[in-house]
Design a protein around this ligand. Sequence first.
Ligand code: AMP
Ligand code: MG
Length: 397
Amino acid sequence: MPPLSFAEARALVIDKVRHSRRLPAVESVDLAAADGRVLAADVEADRDYPPLDRSVRDGFAVRAADVPGTLTVVGEVRAGERFSGVVKAGQAVEVMTGAPVPDGADAVVMVEHVRVAAGSVTVDQPVARGQNMSPRGGDAVTGGVVLRAGRLIGFPEVAVLATVGLSRVPVYRRPRVAVLATGDEILDIESKPLAHQIRDSNAWSLAVQVRRAGGEPVVLPTARDSAGETAHAIAAGLQADLLLISGGVSAGKYDLVESVLAELGAEFYFDRVRVQPGQPLVFGRAQGTFFFGLPGNPASTMVCFEVFARAAVELLGGWAQPRLPLTEAALTREFRHAPGLTRFLPAALSPDGSVVTPVAWSGSGDVMALARANAFLVAEPDKPVYAAGERIRVLMR
Ligand code: AMP
Ligand code: MG
């Protein structure tokens, strides 16, 4: 298989998962717990919004044809009230923001633009019909779709759900994502590793990444680099909705993940991508479950999750549109890299997002440098030199 570019590989992941995913089961949650969940049904307006013509200013409801002129004030209407009469020629009603515009009136003049005397109000400028009012049904009409299924719920969506009176919200179940670390040298974090051993960090960072993408991580015991143990662990992981394997996909003699997957009947969509870190990334499907073989270096695992696997978790969770939080910032200094690969390198993005500085690191195993950074700069494969001050893409995290 020829290696794919970053864009090709990401597009392929999205295409494969979108076209053969089974949407998760639906459950319902309290509105207060809906943040971060994915809406599982279209939501319709239960009535017109606004339900009546509504004033958006404190002022006077008038008939536009009467203005400019001096009008008789025949009443007042507060938010939460309705005016029982009708505004007739030569009349005005004082209205507050949020109050219904009385029948007969067709515009509101702001209180700042009138002169008030006992029992009357004088307007010196003409007003257009509809001015300073929000017409009935202008935001949504009864039965109209106000939120589509597949939408990630955040605070504005919660406001919409509250507005239409949904205290229980249909959401997709979180997809179960198996996380499998591999490697003879990998110990669990309670262990005291010998000099030739390391503690597992990937299963921990992946579990966080999965949760942030809306998935439910299921961390499996670390598999030793033997075909039998790897096969057993992978078979268990394929029971989940998605399997993430860390390590064992490079060209080493004990990188067994691909051969074990092949024996389990896997279909491989790619096994190399022109990105760094993460070139030997593997993506495929076995026994109906998509899997990623993520290269084990912590930076490779993190980056490959963010730019490839995350989209799969989101789609399997029912999201309509996976996201990739890219921005652009000016480099604080010149940056060079060898052309040919899209590079995602640890970087410090300024708090206002305007400038970015590469963070020194010793390579994709340098987990400490990743924690000194707060973003990844994205160096394009066909652009070896970026001048100081030049804009570069940045992947936020
Ligand atoms: P591999 O992809 O298995 O060749 O591993 C590449 C590098 O990543 C090696 O230096 C491993 O020790 C390291 N590594 C692999 N798995 C983990 C893990 N779960 N946590 C931390 N480092 C790991
Ligand atoms: Mg390994």
